[in-house]
Ligand binder design. Structure first.
Ligand SMILES: Nc1ncnc2c1ncn2[C@@H]1O[C@H](COP(=O)(O)OP(=O)(O)OP(=O)(O)O)[C@@H](O)[C@H]1O
Length: 308
């Protein structure tokens, strides 16, 4: 996974960041008009059922990209049930900053169970990861690092990236203040679901739910869940995470939207009957109410092949 950073080709001249850097990766004037509406439109059109996350992400990313002199890198922690759009949002952010989106050489994605599987290799992982981050940010200050399955990540590894998230002007001559770090995890998913369920039971509109309704559940779970990995690091204590972003569990109506979008993406004519049949056959919870899709929209791409 970790190849020598220098082997990447040194200067990122083969690709440009959208509107934000020149061919050498140096920051330019940052004309953000196109960017702002681009992300907003992408979130509105492609992300379903996540009005809270959508709003937070849009404000956080736009604010950060508009800020010519941020005091620290942007650190987002995305939490929620499986298949609710956390990876999708990372992809949309990448697509709206980098010309080549997730395929950009400035975007680096790590999955704990793939890249950091062996605890016996912890020391190696630590030094490789630090070198990787340092090398890539030296190469391009506006680099993006996505850590998936953050709740499974070894606390020692989380600790080793901490300095890069902090308010330092520079570390060994490198400034990390333009970089973006995105942490994805299922930690807090059950608490978020409980809040959504309480809303539903009280007959309240899901869209009435605001960040303030979800924040307590989220921080409680982050602090108290020993499995989450985040809890005993000082990421939280030191306020290094700028935004905790809650992803709501998806309902039947959202699965329908995902299904229609998926059919279009596959080049098929979206067919309400087909999607409806597929959505009906998915499993929903809690057992009695059957409101939320157990796998969110995660498996529908494959499922649709069966129904079409
Ligand atoms: N809210 C959503 N709106 C639109 N599509 C969605 C949404 N959630 C999931 N999807 C679809 O399902 C696929 C899988 O979702 P994604 O990988 O983003 O889930 P996740 O929250 O990251 O799940 P996990 O926690 O299991 O990694 C996406 O590529 C997308 O096609």
């Amino acid at each position: 996974m970790f190849t020598n950073v220098v082997d990447q080709g040194g200067s990122p001249s083969t690709e440009q960041l959208l509107a934000f850097t020149d061919s050498a990766g140096m920051l330019l004037k940052m004309p953000v008009i196109g960017y702002t509406s681009g992300l907003e439109v992408a979130l509105d059109q492609k992300l379903f059922g996540q009005h809270v996350a959508s709003r937070v992400i849009q404000k956080a990313v736009t604010g950060f990209m508009n800020n010519k002199n941020p005091k620290k890198p942007l650190v987002l922690s995305l939490h929620g049930w499986t298949g609710t759009g956390k990876n999708l949002v990372s992809q949309l952010i990448a697509e709206n900053i980098y010309k080549e989106g997730m395929a950009s050489s400035f975007v680096h994605q790590f999955v704990t169970s793939t890249h950091f599987l062996h605890s016996s290799q912890l020391e190696n992982y630590k030094s490789q990861l630090q070198q990787w981050i340092k090398g890539n940010v030296t190469n391009c200050p506006r680099s993006m690092f996505i850590f998936d399955e953050m709740d499974k990540m070894h606390p020692g590894l989380i600790d080793c990236i901490k300095p890069y998230l902090d308010y330092y002007e520079n570390l060994d001559g490198v400034s990390y203040r333009q970089a973006i770090f995105i942490f994805l995890s299922n930690a807090g998913g059950e608490h978020i679901t409980q809040v959504a369920l309480d809303f539903w039971k009280a007959g309240r509109d899901r869209e009435e739910m605001e960040l303030q309704h979800l924040e307590p559940a989220l921080s409680l779970s982050v602090f108290n869940n020993k499995q989450s990995g985040l809890w005993h690091t000082s990421l939280v204590d030191k306020n290094l995470v700028d935004f905790f972003v809650p992803f709501l569990p998806l309902e039947y109506r959202h699965v329908l939207l995902c299904g229609m979008a998926e059919m279009s993406a596959k080049g098929l004519e979206p067919n309400q009957d087909v999607v409806d049949q597929m959505a009906r056959d998915l499993v929903y919870f809690p057992k009695s109410e059957k409101i939320f899709s157990v796998k969110g929209c995660k498996t529908i791409g494959g499922k649709l092949d069966y129904y079409t």
